[in-house]
Design a protein around this ligand. Structure first.
Ligand SMILES: O=C(O)CCC(=O)C(=O)O
Ligand SMILES: [Fe+2]
Length: 315
């Protein structure tokens, strides 16, 4: 693996186009666990508008942003900031929303009450157009996630709509990460530590002037993901690895600092998730003679399982 494949999905409405895209996606995901898609149909105007909203938020004083922090300290709701002691001046700020805001709303959508504390509210900033813009992009990005899941289904020889019922009510999170770079590309100057994503599917838009996202390949090499305005970066998390009985790897990745002080990086990410009460059982087609590698699990339970030690990766 020496480059992350770029796959055009603009012709998947034709049987031939769908077959080709699904085959390319299968090869990419089984091999590296990462690929980029173009031809996804999300308007650039909407993506630009969302980045402008996030700029408006993150450029404000800390006190303004801190008022948008989760009252429970949940790093995945509203505003959050991480600073690295080892890396003076670097900050990673984020603003994150979900698909469903409250346990009551979740229960109204038919989610088992035992699972509804998965959902916690967030506070919107009082910035004109902020909420409308983010909700519009969140929903369009979920559409991209649904398309990729349908292509996974095709690639696995399953009906195209195989995953649809699992995401009918969804447990997704949607965030912007805003990196303050300090301009020193060394191993100490990692802005986001190497990790596997925990969920089903990650749909990530990158914006910036340098290749900050690094993917750890099975051979131990790290390759960077080119920043393309017209592309979404796709990878899967540990829940999808379980679902596919280890066929689709949740590949470790990290974000490094910038080469110069003038460089910048932002990303907008959808962590596309099934309903927290869906039962995820290794797909029969992915189970070989050695049987399923995992017990059935719900996303609710799965999020509590800590990351596999990274050194085990590739075993
Ligand atoms: O911002 C990025 O490019 C990477 C974000 C990421 O890996 C994550 O949020 O899980
Ligand atoms: Fe990640």
């Amino acid at each position: 693996m020496n480059a992350i494949p770029v796959i055009d999905i603009s012709t998947i409405d034709t049987p031939q186009g769908r077959k080709q895209a699904a085959a390319a996606i299968y090869d990419a995901i089984v091999d590296a666990g990462f690929f980029q898609i173009v031809g996804h149909g999300v308007p650039m105007e909407l993506i630009d508008r969302a980045y402008a909203m996030y700029d408006n938020l993150f450029d404000r004083p800390d006190e303004y942003k801190e008022a948008l922090e989760s009252p429970n300290g949940n790093p995945f709701r509203g505003y959050f900031r991480a600073e690295r002691a080892a890396n003076a001046g670097s900050r990673v700020e984020s603003y994150e929303i979900a698909s469903i805001a409250t346990p009551e709303e979740a229960q109204g959508l038919g989610i088992d009450p035992a699972f509804t504390d998965f959902f916690e509210p967030w506070t919107w900033p009082d910035i004109d157009g902020f909420a409308d813009t983010l909700l519009e992009l969140r929903d369009r990005t979920r559409g991209v996630g649904a398309t990729v899941m349908s292509l996974f289904a095709t690639a696995l020889g399953l009906p195209d709509n195989y995953f649809t019922r699992y995401v009918a009510t969804d447990g997704s999170n949607f965030m912007c990460r805003y990196y303050s770079t300090t301009s020193a590309v060394t191993d100490q100057n990692v802005l986001l530590d190497e990790h596997q994503d925990s969920g089903m599917l990650t749909v990530l838009h990158q914006r910036g002037t340098y290749e900050g996202l690094q993917v750890l390949c099975r051979d131990g090499e790290r390759i960077t993901v080119p920043v393309r305005d017209d592309a979404y970066v796709i990878n899967v998390g540990r829940l999808m690895t379980r679902w596919t009985n280890d066929l689709f790897p949740s590949t470790p990745h990290r974000v490094i600092d910038a080469p110069t002080a003038d460089d910048f990086r932002r990303s907008i990410v959808l962590f596309y998730m099934p309903s927290p009460d869906a039962v995820i059982t290794p797909i029969a087609r992915c189970v070989g003679a050695d049987g399923p590698h995992y017990e059935p699990i719900t996303p609710y339970e799965a999020q509590k399982i800590p990351a596999k030690e990274l050194q085990e990766y590739g075993n």
